[in-house]
Ligand binder design. Structure first.
Ligand code: AMP
Length: 440
């Protein structure tokens, strides 16, 4: 039985009807090109990146987009939100790695740390990138979160740090959460290796970060805004930093960090080792690759648009109250751990409060919350103290939360790429997941 028929059982509400869940009905209604959505404003206006010239204009909320321009993607096609002919628990493709970790000739202490982490076989992105990174090549890695890309760049870069302890590595990431996850992975891989790291993100007091920068850090992970701030305050100099990772570069571009990225990279050593990871390869991204990298090796592990493990369907709202529909879904038995995506920070906060009032334990995560509030919400959700996490795209980007049963698009994503990122929060680690999109 597919999810498409599940929500109707025992429901009195008229809008949640079987025809609205089924691909055939939806395709018939919308046409193959999703004509219903034509004319929907899929991009939110806003000037493209404001050039900031120098370091002196970064006194703003850190980790926040400078502007809200959206990438110019194809209009949303609702038919791409449906894949009901795919069994959610279909056997995933099995990748046969070419290498084992021992093929990489890692230093014994690092090999031990990798084994201690429980990594036995390299994931595809690790299999394909680690040998090149160890050789010092620039890399364009096309991979999503969940592919093991963090260890793909950290393992060879830790080897570099062990061989040349004076080295310093900078990792730029679009969000605080991703930056913290990267540092967590670094700490996990370097226990007892005497390597030090610091996270430079907004939403946290800047003083302790400035103090941490007084001593040598082998790894600096930060969001572009806070890194700029610290450079401006002369607490951070990257003049001798020769290795940089741009993680989720497409997202940093989307969030308007391109000016910061340019400035930061311009202050670094000219003979740079640059690793560039992105989930998508648009024309703009190709331009960035050209600008930032030197003769890179490109590796792609994106075999398909969306995970086979995610069963996608839509619910037609038909003028009903969307909160009622959401509520009806959340009280169902299988909806154990649900991420609900909303468009605006205010809307997300409001929805979380409304659901809580209705007795659904919910937490919210969006850019108006302080770092500590976001961490608390995430922890409550991860540990099962909240059933629903109501999130904006930016806040949820890159989150690796195990066992998310459902992703619900309460508001439509702005682009199909955003859709892919949203639904990628479920169906992870070979588990099956469900994505439901509410459409007018
Ligand atoms: P990432 O794409 O970097 O967010 O990684 C996703 C998850 O995969 C994380 O929980 C990692 O700890 C895990 N992981 C990374 N590499 C491996 C590996 N070789 N074997 C098993 N798990 C891994």
């Amino acid at each position: 039985m597919s999810i498409s028929s599940r929500p109707q059982r025992g429901r009195a509400g008229g809008a949640v009807r079987s025809s609205h869940y089924s691909r055939s009905a939806s395709s018939r209604r919308h046409g193959a090109s999703g004509a219903r959505t034509q004319g929907r404003p899929t991009h939110h206006g806003g000037a493209r990146t404001r050039s900031r010239g120098g370091y002196n204009s970064s006194r703003r909320a850190q980790g926040r987009p400078q502007q809200r321009g959206r990438r110019k993607d194809a209009p949303i096609d609702i038919s791409r939100f449906i894949n009901e002919n795919v069994a959610p628990n279909a056997t995933p493709d099995v990748y046969e790695p070419i290498h084992t970790f021992s093929d990489f000739a890692l230093l014994p202490q690092l090999a031990q740390a990798v084994a201690h982490k429980g990594y036995v076989t390299p994931t595809p992105i690790q299999d394909k990138t680690i040998p090149h990174i160890l050789r010092g090549c620039d890399i364009v890695g096309l991979a999503n979160t969940g592919s093991g890309k963090t260890a793909a760049f950290l393992i060879p870069l830790i080897q570099k740090l062990l061989l040349v302890p004076d080295e310093q590595i900078l990792v730029l990431a679009p969000t605080r959460e991703l930056a913290l996850q990267i540092e967590e992975e670094f700490v996990g891989l370097t226990r007892s290796l005497r390597l030090h790291s610091v996270v430079l993100v907004g939403g946290m007091p800047i003083g302790p970060q400035m103090r941490r920068l007084r001593s040598h850090n082998h790894l600096i992970v930060g969001t572009p805004g806070r890194v700029m701030d610290l450079m401006e305050r002369r607490s951070l100099s990257l003049a001798h930093t020769k290795t940089v990772v741009l993680d989720e570069a497409d997202r940093m571009l989307d969030m308007g960090f391109i000016g910061d990225m340019r400035t930061i990279l311009a202050t670094m050593s000219q003979s740079r080792h640059t690793l560039f990871f992105s989930a998508t390869l648009s024309k703009e991204i190709e331009k960035l690759v050209h600008e930032f990298l030197c003769d890179p090796v490109t590796v792609s592990v994106r075999t398909r648009d969306t995970s086979k493990n995610v069963h996608q369907s839509v619910i037609k709202v038909n003028g009903r109250d969307k909160v009622d529909i959401l509520h009806e879904l959340l009280v169902q038995k299988d909806f154990g751990k649900v991420i609900v995506f909303g468009r605006t920070k205010h809307g997300v906060e409001k929805l979380s409060r409304l659901l809580s009032k209705r007795g659904i334990k919910s937490e919210s995560i969006h850019g108006n919350k302080t770092h500590n509030q976001r961490v608390r919400s995430l922890e409550a959700f991860k540990r099962g103290r909240a059933q629903a996490l109501i999130a904006t795209d930016v806040a949820a980007r890159g989150l690796d939360i195990p066992n998310v049963s459902h992703v619900i698009n309460f508001d439509l994503p702005g682009t199909h790429d955003d859709y892919i990122h949203r639904i990628g929060r479920t169906g992870r680690a070979d588990k099956s997941g469900f994505a439901i999109t509410l459409v007018d």
